[in-house]
Design a protein around this ligand. Structure first.
Ligand code: 16G
Ligand code: ZN
Length: 533
């Protein structure tokens, strides 16, 4: 049975603040770090229960608030194959987090154990990590109390990136099996990525040093380690690596800044020269934004959509060259935020699906293709090779040297890509591989298609829950009549497209608009926002 006395004693130390309501949302629990202590304790216990439910497989816990401001923090669970927590458990997490006091909490726990048929005699194993936020250590201490209360075998992965934690979960759970994913250490991961990268770029001209804006976050440490493994194969220049300077994290830098401001972080301007490219990570290194300055020092952004177009076209060509076009079908997954220019370019070449915002939706949709390429415009994404496709690649007998080369490239791509979740550093290597193979600079990559000018605005409304969407968040069903008015407005603009959706992470409604001309995109966004308000 549950160790009630231990749970009660430790739960009393981590009381829920009375006035707060918590919600396990798209990115787990996320709010001001100071308010999250009780949630952390409970998540520690929940992770242990999830592990018991899954026969002692290791569950991951990541403490991070990604691109959010430094005072925020958050926590999310990772399932045994390295993917997001199964959706049905999100409500269990929410119920536990909102139990008002220790008695109520123990009641909810007992109910969960019963309804989910959890065998408490099974072992429970968890691996956990945090990003560099100042609130991290205290929150991890509360999490560890949760592990202690349930008697979880917990492994501390220290301060590391979200995608590395996902990798560790998968590596631990596949250790000494035929599906082994790599050595279960940061070094194992870096070794895996860099070995595949070096094979993929062997014989290509040396790349000029690549500037990485590390958002003053945990990506700085991971990138420094990766750099050692890459050596001459890809020289890196790391900027915004101030992980201990108060207030620096994600401040006027990082992938979210670049995407939302559509400009170069000021801290980079003196480092990047005309014609050069660079990239930005976010605060937990799972989002990637590229950009370059043209010869007139004009800024150009290469976002998740541009990455998807670059990578998908490359994989399609390799599949053809390997003689596998009849066996291996490549498909794309996007969200409503994908630029219309990218959707047009991609859908002329490949099957494209649109799903609601949030990694779990994209990931699951991508699993349905033989090779599923998914990227959110904000720079989060990866490529998934189905188990059947990986078997096909391993068994296929190439009939020409060219086929053999292409096949090896595909196999190495499966190694350089983090298939558990989007990883900015792994995605960066993937981009660099394609650029090297295509002999592209930023200019040529950018010219694959032209982005439609677009504008994203936030609207604060009294109650965002009245906004309900359909068709992968592209249309509103409620409030009634609003969608018809948005349609009427949108029709007036050439290549106009606009949609409204409630945010899953902030108490606002988001309005997105695009049109042929910059001024029109801005005008459409503000007029739609006016309808919402
Ligand atoms: C979260 C999601 C991200 C999504 C964003 C949208 C995960 C791991 N992250 O950060 O994919 O783009 O939320 O935020 O799923 P919004 O609902 O506030 O627009
Ligand atoms: Zn992130």
């Amino acid at each position: 049975s549950l160790p009630i006395d231990d749970i009660r004693r430790l739960a009393d130390l981590h009381q829920k603040p009375r006035h707060l309501h918590f919600q396990y949302g798209t990115a787990g629990f996320r709010t001001i770090g100071e308010n999250l202590e009780s949630v952390m304790f409970k998540v520690g216990i929940l992770a242990g229960l999830r592990s018991k439910r899954l026969d002692g497989h290791t569950i991951g816990v990541m403490v991070t608030a990604s691109h959010n401001p430094e005072p925020d923090n958050g926590v999310k669970l990772v399932d045994p194959r390295g993917e997001m927590l199964e959706a049905s458990w999100e409500s269990h997490a929410t119920a536990l987090a909102n139990a008002a006091d220790t008695d109520a909490f123990i009641e909810v726990l007992k109910n969960l154990v019963k309804t989910l048929k959890i065998d408490l005699s099974k072992p429970s194993r968890v691996v956990y990590a945090r990003d560099t936020r100042p609130s991290g250590p205290a929150l991890v201490a509360a999490l560890e109390d949760g592990f202690t209360a349930l008697g979880v075998e917990a492994r501390n992965a220290g301060v590391t990136t979200t995608p590395i934690l996902h990798y560790l979960v998968r590596a631990i759970n596949t250790k000494s099996t035929k599906d082994t994913y790599g050595d279960d250490s940061v070094e194992g991961y870096m070794q895996k990525l860099s070995t595949a990268f070096k094979k993929l770029v062997a014989g290509k001209p040396a790349s000029p040093p690549l500037i990485i804006d590390c958002a003053n976050g945990v990506g700085a440490e991971a990138a420094a380690t990766l750099s050692k493994y890459l050596g001459e194969s890809l020289p890196l220049i790391l900027l915004n690596t101030e992980t201990t300077t108060p207030g620096a994290l994600n401040h006027a830098c990082g992938a979210d800044f670049v995407k939302t401001q559509q400009k170069i972080p000021p801290s980079l301007s003196s480092h990047i020269k005309a014609g050069q490219r660079a990239c930005s990570l976010d605060g937990d290194a799972d989002r990637l934004m590229y950009f370059y300055l043209d010869d007139r020092s004009q800024f150009h952004m290469l976002d998740g959509d541009k990455i998807a177009a670059l990578v998908a076209a490359f994989i399609v060509d390799l599949v053809k060259s390997a003689g596998l076009e009849n066996e291996v079908r490549v498909g794309i997954v996007q969200t409503a935020y994908a630029n219309g220019g990218s959707t047009k370019y991609l859908s002329e070449r490949l099957p494209v699906r649109c799903v609601p915002t949030g990694v779990k939706h994209l990931h699951h949709a991508a699993e349905r293709y033989d090779v599923g390429v998914y990227f959110e415009a904000n720079g989060h994404g990866t490529v998934l090779f189905s188990p059947e496709t990986q078997a096909t690649l391993a068994e296929h007998q190439p009939s020409t040297p060219a086929q053999s080369t292409a096949l090896n490239h595909l196999i190495n791509l499966t190694q350089v890509i983090n298939q558990t979740v989007g990883d900015a550093l792994s995605d960066m290597l993937l981009v660099e591989v394609v650029l090297a193979h295509r002999s592209y600079s930023g200019v040529e990559w950018d010219s694959l298609y032209v982005d439609l000018p677009n504008r994203l605005v936030k609207v604060v409304v009294p109650d965002r829950s009245i906004f309900k969407t359909e068709d992968a968040e592209r249309r509103l069903v409620s409030p009634s009549g609003l969608q018809a008015r948005i349609d009427d407005l949108t029709r007036k603009y050439e290549a106009g497209r606009a949609f409204v959706r409630p945010s899953g992470t902030e108490d606002v409604v988001r309005v997105y608009a695009e049109a042929r001309l910059r001024a029109q995109a801005d005008e459409l966004a503000y007029r739609v926002a006016g309808l919402v308000y």
